[in-house]
Design a protein around this ligand. Sequence first.
Ligand SMILES: Cc1cc2nc3c(=O)[nH]c(=O)nc-3n(C[C@H](O)[C@H](O)[C@H](O)COP(=O)(O)O)c2cc1C
Length: 465
Amino acid sequence: MQICVISGSPKGEKSVTLQYVRFLEEAFLEHTFSVVHAGRDIRTLERQEEVWSGVLAAVKESDGVLWATPVYVMLVPAQLKRFIELVGERNAGETFFGKHAACLTTSIHYFDHTAHAYLHGVCDDLGMRYTGSCSAHMQDLEKEAFQEQLVLFVSDFLEAIAEERPILREFSPLPAISPHYTPTIPPAAVDTRGKRVVILHDAESGSDLEAMVRHLAACYAGSVQVAHIRDAMMNGGCLGCCRCAFENACVYDDGFRAFWEEYVVPADILVMAGTVRDRFLSAAWKQFFDRSFFSGHVPAFKGKQVAYLVEGPLGHLATLREVLTSLVMTEKANLVGIVTNEPDPGEIDAALHTLAERSVRLADRGYIAPATFPAVAGHKIFRDEIWGGMRATFKADDRYYRQHGLYDFPTRNYLQRIGTRATSLMMCIPSVRREVVKNMPTYMIQPLQKAIETSRVLAERRKRR
Ligand SMILES: Cc1cc2nc3c(=O)[nH]c(=O)nc-3n(C[C@H](O)[C@H](O)[C@H](O)COP(=O)(O)O)c2cc1C
C-alpha cells in the first residue's frame, strides 16, 4: 500500500516526528511511505501551483493519509494549519474524500489531545475516515515497548484501509454563521482607570470581527491600542529550531519582537480577536502564537486580563475553546471572557460592554483565577521536562524556574516528608488507624479550620484598606 505522509514540521528531514516515519518505513517494507513536507514547504505550496498539484497527486494516488506532525502551542504548527486552509481555499477537499487517515504526533504530551482532536475534526470535515491518533513523547522511539505500540497502531491503520473499514464521523459539521453584526447600542464608555488596553486582531474589512473590535474599543473611555497582527511583519512561522532556548531571542530578525514589545508586554488588558478558519483561528494567529515560543516556558501574559473576540461557530468548537482558555491560564493570566458573533447583535453589544467593564474591574483588583487542570498539569509537565533534561539548553527557562521557585517538587518539602512518614508509621498502630478511619472526614477538614477562624478578621482588614 502507498501511504501519503503529510509532515507538519517546519524542520523537514531534521524533524523529530519524521524519524518516527523513517522507523515505520523500515518496519513496513512491503508498504511505501511518500512524504509531503507541508510544514517545511508551505511558502512554495502557497506560491507554486505545480508544487501544490504534485502534493494533491501524491494524496490522490495514496491508499491512506498519515498526518505526522509535532504539537506546537497546543495544536499543529502554523505551517500545517495553513496547508489545511489551502485545501479549503483551493477546493481540494475532494482529493482527500473517502481516504482513511491517522495521525502521529510527537511532543512532550502537553495538549497533544487538542492537536489530535483538531486533525480529527478536519479529517471528518474532509470526509476522510479517521482511524486514530498516536501520541509519542519526543524520545519514545528509543523505547522498544513504544516501538511495538507504534507498529500496532500503524498495523491497525493499514488493516482499516485494506478492509475498507467504515468509520463514523465524530465531529459534527460546523454551522455557517453569516455576517450579521451591526452595533445597535451606542457604547457607554468604561473608565479604563489608567489601565493599558490593547486589542490585537486579524479582522477583514467589513467583517463582523472588525465591527466587534471597533465596538469594544469604543466601550472604553480611555485610549485603546488596536493593531492588526499583520503589522507584526512576521517573515515566517516558527522554525522549531529552539535557538531561542538560551536567551529567549528568536533567530528571525523581523517585526515580531518589536510588535510584541510594543503591544503585548505593556498591556494590562489584552484582547485577541480572530476569525475561525476551518476549526481554529487563522494560520496567521497560529503563527503569532507559535512565534511567541521565543519566550520559552516563561509565562508571557502573567498578571494580565485577557479576553477573546471570535467570529465563527465557537459554540461548536470545544477544542478551540479549550486551547484559548488553557493558553491564558498556562500563561498565568486571567480570562475575562470570550465574545463571539453567534448571538443576536443586541446580545453581542451587551456582552462587549460587560467584557470592557469586567476587564477593568478585574485588572484594578488584580484578580487572576486560580488555575485548573490544564495549567496545574502543564506546570508539572514543564517543571519535570525542564529540570529533567531541557534545562541543559533551555537556559532562560531554567533561570526563570529557579528564580520563581517553580522547581517545587514535593520531594523538596522536607517538613512535609517527615510529617507524612511519621503519620504513615502511626497508621501501623491498629487503634490509631481505627480512629483515623472512623473520623476521616474530620481529619480532612481540620487543617482548614484556622482559615475560617481568621476569615472575619481578614474581611475587616480588607474593608479598611
Ligand atoms: C514553537 C513550539 C511549540 C511547542 N509547543 C508544544 C506544545 O504545545 N506541547 C508539547 O507537548 N510540545 C510542544 N513543543 C515541543 C514539540 O512538540 C516537540 O519538540 C516535537 O517533538 C518537535 O517535533 P519536530 O522536530 O518534528 O518539529 C513545541 C515546540 C516548539 C518549537
